[in-house]
Design a protein around this ligand. Sequence first.
Ligand code: ADE
Length: 232
Amino acid sequence: MLKIDVITIFPEMFKAVTGESIIKRACQKKKIRIEIYNLRDFTDNTHRKVDERPFGGGPGMLISPEPVFKAVKKIKGRRKKTKVILLTPQGVKFEQKTAGRLSRETHLIFICPRYEGIDERVRLKLVDEEISIGDYVLTGGELPALVVIDAITRLIPGVLGDSESAISDSFENNLLEHPQYTRPANFRGLKVPEVLLSGNHRLIKEWKRKQSLLRTKRKRPDLLKKERNNHE
Ligand code: ADE
């Protein structure tokens, strides 16, 4: 079972996502265990204040090191194989292969900064990996943590049924999914490609593969380049 611990000052943000659908089911099936820790519970001042102004000036507030160090120490406990991940736009860009790698870990701790960031000593002493979910700035690390948790969870064996898991394969070989159709075969004059109704499995497979390639070439040519480089 993969244990996922999250350190945040907005624990409520996690309830909606972890309490529904596939992530909820993964918890029930004991494939993952998610625990959300409120950073304010690790403060020792009466106002439960977790932030301070940056030394040397500059805008906004920074998360102080003390509560984060305390939280990580408590959560780690005696566990040896823990990976501590900081969500930050400065991190390495998150990709499907990162999700695959992290899904094989046994214990992940996500630190979600807010405000203008976090004291550098957290990075230096606690963090094993920094992850960004893309080149844009969000108001905190909570949504990025949820994105990463979602992408990891669906890769853990037994979380998805066979029909659901096929979807992940398509991205793993760097190709986009082919077009898909369901009933009716003729919708307001828009017809489903003949081949899909033919029952000829070999032709259908060829068509799907060709459509995948065409789509990737048109929409995401960068993926084809990446695939080529992987084989060189
Ligand atoms: N925190 C704010 N923006 C972020 C991003 N793009 N990725 C990860 N963490 C973030």
